[in-house]
Design a protein around this ligand. Structure first.
Ligand SMILES: *Cc1c(COP(=O)(O)O)cnc(C)c1O
Length: 360
């Protein structure tokens, strides 16, 4: 098997070093004679791993003490329901900003639980930009305002943490979590599914400010209540032990890379490079407003559908894999998460130049 270049949007490529370490430790973790998979979660080594993972995440994102960190199950989509169940009392209202496929999914699900207002939407412009926060309609009674910081399917992203007034900001950061520094204090709650920038699918990280944890509805399942999980130190049910262990290794890897600011600088440079290749000729095109282009998911089109199919086929022959765009959007999508090696990005860009010369 030669090198494969995996551009999947998620589950996605993991850092090579983490995979090698996990393989080495798989059957015998640190000389304990057992795998991390076989260890109990309330005694022995696992509680320390979970604590260490939380401490490293605190360090990486400078998370202040009045924010709690939870490792939960059900992925990001479960949070589409759990955010309203935990934060929105019956009859109360919340605001959603609609900027693409995932924010639309989040708001659709939330409508089952309360009065949901759309504070701003870029749907009529084909989700090609992020509406200016100053123009958002936020009723004062809203319990929270929900955003999706990086639209994985559309390739459009917030470039700054939006400035909000009193209404707490809730953010789905699944696909750009740990890809750039953020100002945590601008947010009331952040959630991020792990399979894009952290690790295994199913794990979702929730960061929540402590004044927001007391409004869970009675019918919220206990294991999905932020309040009950925090009260039981995240051990109300068995956590995703192996996934948390892998996340801990990924956090180590990010620290070794110099932290989130360093990674952000690298990400920014290489996507700029990538977008300039797209913009250089008429052949490839990207219609996202330049300021809002995603650094994680680069979406682009070719002049015809036939050329796009040929592109995907030829790419695959060169082991450039999983480049088909999201079903809702079409075209081509290259996901360039933190763990994507520069060599794979270079291989794709070389292929794109060659393909354009052959077919352009
Ligand atoms: C992938 C993704 C999701 C869905 O994650 P699941 O783990 O499948 O629930 C939600 N939001 C965003 C922004 C995503 O990229």
């Amino acid at each position: 098997m030669g090198t494969v270049h995996n551009f999947a949007a998620g589950p996605a490529v993991m850092p090579r070093k983490v995979m090698e370490l996990a393989r080495k430790e798989f059957q015998d973790w640190h000389g304990r004679g057992m795998s991390m998979l076989e260890m109990p979660f309330t005694s022995g080594d696992f509680p320390e791993i979970m604590e260490s993972a939380k401490q490293k995440l605190r360090q990486l994102l400078e998370i202040p003490d009045h924010y709690h960190i939870l490792f939960m199950q059900g992925g990001a989509s479960a949070q589409f329901s759990l955010v309203p169940l935990n934060l929105l009392p019956t009859g109360a209202q919340a605001v959603y900003i609609e900027t693409g496929h995932w924010s639309a999914r989040a708001l659709q699900e939330a409508q089952r639980y309360g009065l949901i207002k759309i504070g701003a939407s870029s749907r009529h412009e084909g989700f090609t930009h992020i509406p200016e926060p100053a123009t958002w309609q936020i009723p004062r009674e809203a319990r929270y305002c929900h955003i999706t910081t990086n639209e994985t399917a559309n390739g459009v992203a917030y470039q700054e943490d939006p400035e909000m007034g009193e209404v707490p900001l809730v953010a789905d950061m699944t696909s750009d979590f740990l890809s750039r520094p953020i100002n945590i204090e601008k947010y009331g709650l952040i959630y991020a599914g792990a399979q894009k920038n952290i690790g295994p699918a199913g794990l979702v990280i929730v960061i929540i400010r402590d004044d927001l944890i007391e409004t869970a509805r009675r019918e919220t399942p206990a294991v999905f209540s932020y309040q009950r999980q925090i009260a039981s130190n995240n051990r109300l049910n068995t956590p995703l032990t192996y996934s948390v262990y892998l996340a801990d290794l990924v956090f180590d890897w990010i620290l070794e890379q110099g932290g989130v600011a360093r990674i952000a600088e690298r990400n920014r440079k290489r996507t700029q490079h990538f977008y300039s290749l797209i913009d250089r000729h008429q052949f490839y095109s990207n219609n996202i407003s330049p300021h809002y282009r995603s650094t994680m998911n680069v979406c682009f089109q070719l002049p015809t559908k036939q050329l796009e199919e040929a592109f995907l086929q030829e790419a695959e022959l060169q082991q450039l894999l999983h480049l088909r765009g999201h079903g809702d959007v079409g075209g081509i999508r290259a996901s360039l998460y933190n763990a994507q090696p520069d060599s794979s990005v270079d291989a794709l860009m070389d292929f794109m130049d060659a393909f354009r010369l052959r077919h352009g």
